[in-house]
Design a binder for this molecule. Structure first.
Ligand SMILES: Nc1ncnc2c1ncn2[C@@H]1O[C@H](COP(=O)(O)OP(=O)(O)OP(=O)(O)O)[C@@H](O)[C@H]1O
Length: 207
């Protein structure tokens, strides 16, 4: 079992419980889609799995152990909002090369133009920025990619281009994938299993 989400419960400060006793596993190289209504906690759960948020209770295990606190994290998250994931004070080349140096062929496949590398993040569109975020997350050390509404704000041609590359890399490297999407046809196309978050969330067990 590559990823174990074990009895995860979460609330923001003293707010309402968002997740209660959520458990599921993702096998090595498995592709799953995580679905649920808007505001149901999918992004929150993805941040917990990637180690950006600490759960209020429960644990995330990767290959049977907690995620490493230092060094490269084998679980990488691509957010819905690329502008929040990129350092505004770094030029794009620096953000891109922060974790690894992708080959030119990957930049070409993602449609990243050479002139974008010398720009600041605010000089690119959301879709252009998102391409950088996707490539940055696809280091050879990444073993599980969480794509949280990764392509929602893109036009259909760009969406297809990005998903084509991501699925090719995931397949070649036998990586795991958790795709969070409201797009049912996309979920069915990219994933072999659909995880319905409301069915796992034990909010009724709150005392
Ligand atoms: N930083 C925060 N502080 C307090 N509440 C938050 C915070 N971030 C999210 N929430 C709340 O937590 C709940 C779950 O939000 P989350 O973004 O995880 O849902 P989601 O299922 O990903 O939604 P969507 O499909 O609309 O993206 C929402 O009610 C949201 O308002």
């Amino acid at each position: 079992m590559a990823l174990e989400v074990k009895n995860i419960s979460f609330r923001y400060r003293n707010g309402p419980w968002i997740l209660k006793n959520v458990s599921f596993c993702v096998d090595e190289g498995e592709r799953v889609a995580l679905v649920g209504p808007s505001g149901y906690g999918k992004s929150t759960l993805s941040k917990i799995i990637a180690g950006y948020l600490q759960p209020t209770a429960g644990e995330i295990l990767w290959q049977g152990k907690p995620l490493p606190e230092t060094g490269y994290c084998p679980v990488q998250l691509v957010y819905q909002h690329p502008e929040k994931a990129i350092n505004p004070r770094w030029k794009m080349a620096d953000s891109l090369h922060e974790g690894w140096t992708p080959e030119q062929s990957m930049l070409d496949a993602m449609g990243i133009k050479p002139e974008w590398l010398g720009r600041w993040p605010n000089e690119l569109s959301g879709g252009e920025l998102q391409r950088f975020c996707v490539v940055r997350a696809l280091s050879p050390e990444t073993r599980l990619l969480i794509a949280d509404e990764m392509s929602t704000m893109l036009d259909v041609i760009t969406q297809a281009q990005i998903w084509h590359l991501v699925l090719k890399v995931v397949e070649e490297r036998k990586m795991g994938l958790i795709a969070i999407t409201h797009n049912q046809p996309l979920a069915e196309k990219i994933a072999s299993r659909i995880i319905d978050l409301p069915a796992l969330n034990r909010l009724d067990s709150i005392t």
